[in-house]
Design a binder for this molecule. Structure first.
Ligand SMILES: NC(=O)c1ccc[n+]([C@@H]2O[C@H](COP(=O)([O-])OP(=O)(O)OC[C@H]3O[C@@H](n4cnc5c(N)ncnc54)[C@H](O)[C@@H]3O)[C@@H](O)[C@H]2O)c1
Length: 441
């Protein structure tokens, strides 16, 4: 049955993107976006730019590009700014990150050099292994939030932006859980004024964005909007939030392979994952407290896919271990190994070995683009609070209280595409179509 189309405000004018953290992923994203706009390459890896969506029955052959189907902002209308603790412009930062080669960066050097980070809100207690000079020095977290607000409003005005989206692509912060100060907006605002040490820098950015009605995306695994105080603010200001932790590399592989094993009712005795990486992200994750945030995010994936409570003979005793090793010679060219001990008919053991020589920032950059465009769309469609339909992009998807997160990439894709159809008043696709009815008289 045809749905009623949701009212979506038009994507007029410029869309500002403000990014805390302008390191490997951000510079790769900006360099790629500019290269795409200049016609040097295609937006490979981006579902909004290259993906098609089937509409209606299979025999109608209607498969438009998603970017033609949805009223998304045009990528030429994106304007990018952000904050970092290092003051280098995006060209120098990209050269330091060593993800892309000089011959890939030089054709867009003018664009990259034109973007320099604003002063960051930073606290070494939350990110231990790095420090830099480009930081705000206001006395309280409240004053720092006001300074961020000024940055955003100035950026918006100078660039003539109609709307803004904020996406956290800064370092992973130390593991911390919601405490007293996170329980209500009132307590949180008091905490900002009183410099409460339980408020992380990422939460100062998130608070500022939500106060201004700006959608907030968390690309890292630590807690930011996922606490009662900031959800209260998102609700009050009708703002969309999404997170956490971009689904790239090893976890992407896990959420592709694990649903397949489960679909065929194959058991898993153990899954050992280890990584070597040598970029700044690896250096930050070398600190046990930042690693804890990442570990929790990476470990949760298999538990919810395998549902050991429903399939105890297959998954109850699965041993799951994740390791990340900082190994500088590798730079951004991470290597992720997985050893999967599976078992089948008559309990016979088998093994799967995966050696993924991936490039993390190359996998993450298109997700950044898709998330910006889809969050802006969601906000224009009046979708407030947690955007579960965007779980497809995250390792540790935010979810409504009382529900478990959906990790299976293929269920996530169905949900993503059906939400797109729903927004545009198209029939949802359940794969229970004409063939099924033909079986019966
Ligand atoms: N690359 C991936 O595939 C991937 C996947 C999932 C999540 N992530 C997460 O994305 C984030 C970015 O990854 P990256 O490889 O670009 O790391 P990176 O270290 O190259 O860049 C992060 C930048 O954030 C800056 N920073 C740290 N704290 C800040 C603050 N409070 N305000 C502003 N800037 C700050 C750092 O100076 C650094 O330049 C990390 O948290 C990482 O764990 C990456």
């Amino acid at each position: 049955m045809q749905q009623k189309k949701v009212t979506i405000a038009p994507a007029k004018g410029k869309l500002g993107v403000v990014i805390p953290g302008m390191g490997a992923i951000t510079t790769t994203f900006i360099a790629g976006l500019e290269s795409i706009l200049r016609g040097y390459c295609a937006p490979i890896g981006s579902i909004t730019q290259m993906g098609h969506i089937r509409l209606g029955r299979r025999d109608t052959g209607s498969n438009p590009l998603i970017k033609d189907f949805l009223p998304l902002a045009n990528i030429k209308d994106l304007v990018i700014g952000g904050w970092d603790i290092f003051p280098e412009n995006m060209y120098d930062a990209a050269m330091n990150a060593k993800v892309l080669r000089k011959d890939q960066l030089d054709p867009v050097k003018d664009k990259l050099e034109s973007i320099t980070p604003m002063k960051a809100v930073f606290d070494n207690r939350y990110v231990k292994n790095i420090s830099g000079p480009n930081v705000k020095t206001e006395k309280t977290l409240w004053d720092k939030s006001q300074a961020l607000k000024d940055d955003i409003l100035r950026f918006k005005q100078e660039n003539g932006c109609d709307r803004i989206v904020m996406i956290w692509i800064a370092s992973t912060e130390a593991w911390h859980e919601a405490s007293e100060v996170h329980q209500s907006l009132e307590a949180f605002e008091e905490g900002l004024r009183g410099n409460n040490p339980s408020i992380a820098p990422s939460q100062v950015y998130a608070y500022t964005a939500l106060s201004l009605g700006i959608p907030y995306i968390n690309g890292a695994p630590h807690m930011s909007t996922d606490c009662p105080a900031l959800m209260e603010l998102a609700e009050r200001n009708s703002v969309a939030v999404a997170g956490k932790d971009f689904k790239t590399g090893q976890t992407l592989m896990k959420t592709i392979i694990a649903p397949g094993l489960k679909a065929r009712m194959l058991g898993v005795a153990g899954w050992f994952s280890t990584n070597i990486l040598g970029n700044r992200d690896g250096e930050v994750l070398d600190d046990p407290e930042s690693f804890k945030s990442k570990e929790v995010s990476k470990l949760s994936v298999l538990d919810t896919i395998f549902q050991a409570d429903l399939y105890p003979e297959l998954y109850k005793n699965m041993f799951h271990k994740v390791r990340i090793n900082y190994y500088p010679p590798r730079g951004d060219d991470k290597e992720g190994w997985d050893n999967i001990d599976i078992f089948g008919w008559m309990n016979m053991p088998m093994q799967i070995k995966i050696d993924f020589l991936c490039r993390d920032s190359i996998l993450a950059a298109p997700l950044v683009l898709d998330l910006i465009l889809l969050m802006d769309l969601g906000q224009r469609a009046g979708m407030k609070g947690i955007q579960e339909w965007l779980s497809f992009f995250f390792k540790s998807p935010l979810h409504a209280p009382g529900l478990y997160p959906e990790h299976d990439l293929f269920i996530q894709l169905t949900k993503l595409k059906n939400t797109m159809r729903y927004l545009m008043g198209e029939e949802l696709i359940t794969h229970l179509g004409i063939d099924y009815y033909n079986y019966f008289d």
